[in-house]
Design a protein around this ligand. Sequence first.
Ligand code: ADP
Ligand code: MG
Length: 283
Amino acid sequence: MTTSSTTGGAPTGADAPLLTARGVQRKFGGLVAVDVEEFHVRRGTITALIGPNGAGKSTFFNLLTGFDRADAGSWQLDGRTVTGLPAYRLAQQGMVRTFQLTRSLADLTLEENVLLAARGQRGERLAGALFGRASWRRQEADNTERARELLARFGLERMAAEPAGVLSGGQRKLLEMARALMCEPRLLLLDEPMAGVNPRLVETLLDHIRQVRADGTTILFVEHDMDVVAGISDDVVCMAFGTVLATGSPEQVMRDPEVIDAYLGSDEPDDDAATAAGTERRA
Ligand code: ADP
Ligand code: MG
């Protein structure tokens, strides 16, 4: 797995991108929302998917993560085709996205939320039935211990027994990360992680994201705000009108005249701009 090969045109092994996508299309009636010829996420990076409102970022993200169905295209995680797999199958392969906290999850405690993520995203485990009670109990104890460690890591341990609904917008983002990390992902996909987060908490959140990368998890996140992206990303992919306009370092992409035009040309405020500006959002 450490050798590089040019067979078939794509590198393999440690230098190969962790995620690659080709020819991905999604149409809504006559509108081509996504038309991505080529896209990749390098292993060990924080990669930002940026672009003005309506660029197709969320749609592309939803396709990759099994929440919407592509009309064309294929994508691979670590060389394995995962095109169109549902979220729980992707999680089994090591590709996990964060989820917005829904109403039902808001009624559960923080600890229950994190534990549930492990079960839900790994698929229903029948370990209890298959391997007997002792092993199942050990598994449950391990899960609980890991859930508590994760809550502690994000500074939420004192609230472990509280319903998630009491959390602020920023704390919810931290809980979402804890839930995703419960699955020990190779690739963590974050959908606008800074949206709705109090500016005071943004730096904390960014530090956590850096730490997740330092621990060996590759990160792809969607963000429309270029300033947020500049300080944290290794690679930036900019979309507009469904296509990839530019790919490169933050400096390269932000200097790109097409990228600048795309941003200047989008005078409509983004749906999330208001929340990103500091107001906290409650579900
Ligand atoms: P972004 O996340 O970059 O702001 P989206 O992926 O949400 O962009 O949207 C891309 C385009 O696809 C927009 O023109 C949007 O109106 C359209 N679109 C997104 N979802 C749907 C849908 N379910 N039905 C119809 N049009 C949609
Ligand atoms: Mg969006």
